[in-house]
Ligand binder design. Sequence first.
Ligand SMILES: *Cc1c(COP(=O)(O)O)cnc(C)c1O
Length: 236
Amino acid sequence: MEGRANQGLSVKDDGYHKTAPERLKRVRDEIVTAAEAAKRSPADVELIAVSKTFDIDAVRPVLAAGQRVFGENRVQEAERKWPVLKSGFADIELHLIGPLQSNKAKDAVALFDVLHTIDREKIARAIANEISRQQRALRLFVQVNTGEEPQKAGVMPREAKAFVEFCQGELKLPIVGLMCIPPVDEEPAVHFAFLAKLAKEAGLQGLSMGMSSDFETAIAFGATHVRVGSAIFGER
Ligand SMILES: *Cc1c(COP(=O)(O)O)cnc(C)c1O
């Protein structure tokens, strides 16, 4: 789990922050610094510790260090890990940050507190049905494909506002913000600024953007939720 990250940009291995709790503390410090530099309150930036691919034993020390907000990208993997981990802590908040299939809507609504990847009518309807059936109070983000990449999930930027209005109006879904994953080969700042503009146009406060390599930039552009995996847990 130690060593250089893929693409050499995720894990800052300085030989000093060796354990996950040490790296967690460093990320938290960096969030505070980035928020203050942007004249924002650090309390307005939620750190989602992305534990995907890491097993229960790797997550426990991070829980013990006080982190309570975690992200997973697959429903099935989360179902294997989190019922066990949740049993020891009442205040864990789980975020689904990966693609959502409608046949997983029931399980996702049962396990997660926040879903970041609402991006089409079919999945929005399936989630709406499950939220009302299970009487669960979730928060939802709409994923936007800011780079308009053919292989990537997310609504097209020009459709974001209408899709948010559809989710809120017709389905009464609690949409709290927008989420994006910038193209790997482009300057993330451009996409963060764009997502912030789209959220403003849609009347939304929440901005889920920024990962290990670029969360400080995302905070400068208004991120309210940063999704940080390898900078905490190590290389995947
Ligand atoms: C894996 C993942 C992250 C975390 O990525 P790191 O580079 O490890 O911080 C953030 N967001 C999404 C959608 C992911 O799938």
